[in-house]
Design a protein around this ligand. Structure first.
Ligand code: CA
Length: 291
């Protein structure tokens, strides 16, 4: 069973919520153990919305962390649905204390081994983890902690079909994407923009309970309550890494240029996923786990 830490930018888009629902469902089935969820913007509603979803799925005590090094994407666009979910949550909860994401990751890694890291937002939190220095939690640096306690990283990011086009998660923080791609000491599997672009999911949420915050998020974000599936695909493939819906590219070295575009360069430890079946089959499979 894979132990995972999920890092999300929930708020920029709603497919993070679909991915978090899918993660909880696969945990219920005994396929993964969720160690922590961290949020990579400084918008507090994003982290509180993660807490609200975790509580709905029976994991109110799951540790949640947030990026807090400097203000980052704390804007109205990112509050389109988190504002509503947070206000609703605070009607019957006190304002929870949200931990610093880097500290939380260091604490969780120090206590676990063979952890799979997952990114469905920008790579700033993992860049901070890589740069972290020995502290009261561990005498190891971030890189040493990763080498000792982590297995791999799955990251939604990059466009692997059009190498002249920067994908959103990379474009919004090119410096962190470059830093992680160049310094992460273990294999990175990338889920490119092209994989989620043509697969719209959320249909199964339409029949969910009205109390389901993920259903509410899709209805607030999308008129037809469907959204492209970049993040659910990432969670699905990180947890079920031997699935037949996608296959891995040859091992190669993947980095990003100064414009945020993918650069594939000879031999290396990384790979990107390639579609291995029809969009319809992927859509049907994802929908099974989004409620
Ligand atoms: Ca995302």
């Amino acid at each position: 069973m894979k132990k995972i830490i999920l890092d999300t930018d929930l708020g920029s888009d709603c497919d993070d919520a679909g991915a978090i629902a899918l993660m909880h469902r696969l945990a219920e089935l005994g396929e993964t153990e969720i160690l922590a969820v961290t949020h990579c913007t400084s918008e507090i509603g994003g982290a509180i919305t993660v807490k609200a979803i975790n509580e709905y799925y029976g994991r109110a005590d799951l540790p949640v962390g947030q990026y807090s090094e400097k203000p980052f994407l704390d804007n109205e666009i990112c509050k389109r649905f988190t504002k509503h979910i947070m206000e609703n949550y605070l009607e019957n909860h006190k304002m929870p204390k949200i931990e610093n994401a880097t500290k939380l990751m260091r604490k969780v890694l120090a206590q676990n081994s063979d952890v799979t890291l997952i990114a469905i937002g920008f790579l700033n939190n993992y860049a901070e983890l890589l740069r972290s220095q020995p502290d009261e939690i561990s005498p190891l640096t971030g890189i040493e902690l990763i080498k000792k306690h982590v297995k791999e990283l799955y990251a939604m990011g990059g466009n692997f079909i059009d190498l002249t086009n920067a994908e959103y998660n990379v474009k919004m923080d090119i410096e962190s994407a470059k830093y992680v791609s160049e310094n992460f000491p273990l294999p990175i599997t990338y889920i490119g923009y092209e994989l989620g672009e043509t697969i719209r999911t959320g249909e199964s949420l339409k029949t969910a309970s009205e109390n389901n915050p993920v259903k509410k998020i899709y209805s607030l974000r999308q008129a037809d309550r469907l959204r492209e599936s970049w993040d659910p695909i990432t969670l699905y493939c990180a947890i079920r890494d031997s699935n037949t819906l996608f296959k891995k590219s040859e091992k190669c070295k993947i980095t990003f240029n100064d414009n945020g575009c993918v650069v594939i360069n000879g031999r290396g430890k990384d790979c990107y996923l390639i579609a291995n079946t029809t969009d319809e089959e992927v859509r049907e499979e994802l929908e099974k786990y989004m409620v």
